[in-house]
Design a protein around this ligand. Structure first.
Ligand code: ADP
Ligand code: MG
Length: 295
């Protein structure tokens, strides 16, 4: 079970949305983390064979995914970023409908839909219309449809968008469960979605992978660049102009800042251990901190 990308590239005219991306993925959860416009959806659409690359290759167990064609798509499940559903279908009808599109035999479709409704925790909502579901329930129905063919590769594009904190937790647990014997690639711009469940986090920016590894490895690679600085209220603007600031907390007449900087920003600054959130911000965040290419 190996999905291998080699120099994968996609250009739209002058814009290179995916720029020579390479990596090897096996089973487990892979988190594709990047801000809007990073190229996540474009990459995923290539991996679903919906979009031909301009260059490079993607292979599944050594065979080109486009050459494999329908053989590859049979083992693929995909939840698009803005997945279409049918508002007046019930959850059950929706799944049976998608199953028929996927070519599942009616008896198999019925059994799989039933199992998946249970697994994604929608048993109480099976007769509910899709339009009546909460955001989290809709997404879970979306995952269920992607899982109908028991795919070896499950690609989920921003599956946590619009979910509340409880729904997020539930979602993470579900994903860990589903990833036991398949490759799950999920995209997000929210660090906590992948921090604990991803076997590997791929940081994507402007079409490229800038770093990859476990949360611990990414944190270690960033090194000591987080500082706690106590400042006067009137000094805060200066810090914001000069550095990337992860957090500002008002304390009495002053403020305590979490400054990201390769060099010590103030005599009184104290070093703090970095978090994955700091790595993401240091790397992708707005601000004028220097040394952004340091990891
Ligand atoms: N079909 C397309 N035609 C032209 N530009 C596109 C197309 N699809 C995506 N892009 C551009 O490619 C870049 C990456 O987009 P996308 O893959 O959607 O990123 P993300 O999913 O990380 O937000 C963006 O600048 C986007 O505007
Ligand atoms: Mg996207």
């Amino acid at each position: 079970m190996e999905l291998k990308l080699t120099g994968l590239t996609k250009s739209f005219g002058a814009l290179t949305a995916v720029d020579h991306v390479s990596c090897v993925m096996t089973s487990g959860v892979y988190g594709l983390l990047g801000v809007n416009g990073a190229g996540k959806t474009t990459l995923m659409r290539i991996l679903c064979t919906l979009l031909a690359p301009s260059g490079g290759t993607a292979t599944w167990d050594g065979a080109d995914i486009f050459a494999l064609g329908s053989e590859y798509r049979r083992i693929l499940g995909y939840l698009p970023q803005d997945f279409g559903f049918y508002p007046d279908f019930t959850v059950e009808e929706y799944l049976l409908y998608i199953a028929s599109i996927k070519g599942l035999r009616p008896a198999v479709a019925k059994r799989r839909s039933g199992e998946l409704i249970e697994q994604v925790g929608l048993s109480g909502a099976r007769k509910k219309k899709m339009k009546k579901l909460s955001g989290g329930m809709k997404r879970r129905a979306g995952i269920a449809q992607a899982m109908l063919n028991d795919p070896k590769i499950l690609i989920l594009d921003e599956p946590t968008a619009g979910l509340d904190p409880n729904e997020r937790i539930r979602f993470r647990n579900l994903l860990s469960e589903l990833a036991a014997e398949r490759l799950v690639l999920l995209s997000t711009h929210i660090v906590s979605d992948v921090e604990y469940i991803a076997k590997e986090i791929l940081l994507m920016r402007e079409g490229r992978f800038h770093a990859g590894g476990t949360a611990e490895q990414l944190i270690a690679a960033m090194g000591d660049k987080v500082w706690r600085v106590a400042a006067d209220k009137r000094e805060v603007d200066g810090y914001l102009r000069q550095y990337k600031v992860a957090n500002i907390k008002s304390v009495g007449e002053g403020a305590v800042l979490r400054v990201l900087s390769p060099t010590c920003p103030a005599e009184t600054a104290q070093e703090e251990p970095p978090t994955l959130e700091d790595v993401f911000l240091y790397y992708f965040g707005e601000g004028s901190g220097e040394g952004n290419d340091a990891i």
